[in-house]
Ligand binder design. Structure first.
Ligand code: TXD
Length: 308
């Protein structure tokens, strides 16, 4: 039987995730949006692209959650994006209600699905999804780290003039400007970044990575990034459907790892058919540990605002 992936929110990231996923030809896709016609229209358009690329993928869209029945994976992108000058945390109250609805409406039709959350503030919305669905934490996780890490890898590859294939970056922490790009674990062909780049260039890359989302928000002026977030989600969906045991930075529920408890937070985790199989712990420097603490305190403060 074919796998089925439902994407809630057919806006920029939802539709782009569907696009990247369709190219992988690993699942049929359903797009759901509250705006009448939007998901249907985009699904039909994408469906009509399939003969050109020779992919046998069925894509449906609508406003009705019945369409999502028996999904293997549910992706939640529904919500508002940032406007220039807004932080991700400014979206909390409005998006919490939207994500809660999306999670409950899909759970009714797909009680066995794996949930991947994209809506901001990311770690908080992922926590909310786990709580309201009552699903075991390994079946609910969020996308942020693959995006933050691919941004960092892009800047490193550009700086050194090497192939992106040689660059391996790992960004941990909450998906906010206090995220923690790891400079001695990230590497170019095995050589740690802090040994291959002068300190001031590395600092500039870390800073640009942290502000990477905001850089795009201020350029676009309406909405936020969608190509790289979309492909990051598609990568996670693929890891689940193909049971790849892929290690990637994701927002995962922590129960003591890095001395953090009852929080969703960006860490490296292994993904397979059952969701998160394992959380990896890197040996961190004192500075990195401290930076993670600062980032975690901000996420925890926002989780508390949910009053769950
Ligand atoms: O890395 C990451 N985690 C992120 C997160 C990267 C990029 C974008 N990130 C966040 O995802 C962003 O801050 C937003 O909170 C979400 C969605 O961003 P997107 O750019 O896709 O926003 P759009 O284009 O506005 O699309 C959101 C869609 C839009 O079509 C709405 O009509 C729909 O969500 N929406 C709903 N769909 C279903 N149900 C409800 N209730 C609903 N409310 C809005």
């Amino acid at each position: 039987m074919r796998a089925k992936v439902s994407i809630i929110g057919a806006g920029m990231t939802g539709a782009t995730t569907a696009h990247w996923l369709a190219e992988l030809e690993i699942a049929d896709i359903v797009l759901i949006d509250v705006v009448d016609g939007l998901a249907q229209g985009k699904a039909l358009d994408l469906q009509q692209a399939m003969p050109v690329i020779g992919k046998d993928v069925r894509i449906a869209g609508g406003t009705e959650y019945e369409l999502t029945e028996n999904s293997d994976v549910v992706v939640i992108t529904a919500g508002l994006p940032r406007k220039p000058g807004m932080s991700r945390d400014d979206l909390l109250a409005a998006n919490a209600e939207i994500v809660r609805q999306a999670a409950m409406n899909t759970l009714k039709y797909s009680p066995n699905a794996i949930y991947i959350v994209l809506t901001n503030p990311l770690d908080v919305m992922t926590y909310l999804t786990m709580k309201v669905t009552g699903l075991p934490p390994h079946r609910v996780f969020g996308q942020a780290g693959i995006l933050d890490s691919t941004r960092m890898a892009t800047f490193v590859a550009e700086e050194l003039g090497v192939s992106v294939e040689n660059v391996h970056c790992y960004v941990l922490g909450g998906h906010g400007d206090e995220m923690v790009p790891l400079t001695h674990i990230s590497n170019v062909a095995g050589i740690p970044l802090d040994q291959i780049l002068p300190a001031e260039r590395l600092d500039a890359i870390v800073e640009r990575t942290r502000k990477g989302g905001g850089e795009i928000v201020s350029l676009l002026k309406m909405g936020s990034a969608f190509y790289a977030p979309g492909v990051a989600v598609a990568k996670m969906v693929e890891a689940v459907i193909r049971d790849k045991h892929l290690i990637a930075p994701v927002s995962a529920y922590l129960q003591g790892e890095y001395d953090l408890h009852d929080i969703y937070f960006g860490v490296a985790a292994q993904l397979g058919r059952n969701g998160i199989e394992k959380v990896l712990e890197y040996p961190l420097t004192q500075n990195e540990k401290q930076a993670l603490k600062v980032s975690a305190a901000i996420v925890a403060e926002n989780i508390a605002k949910l009053k769950l």
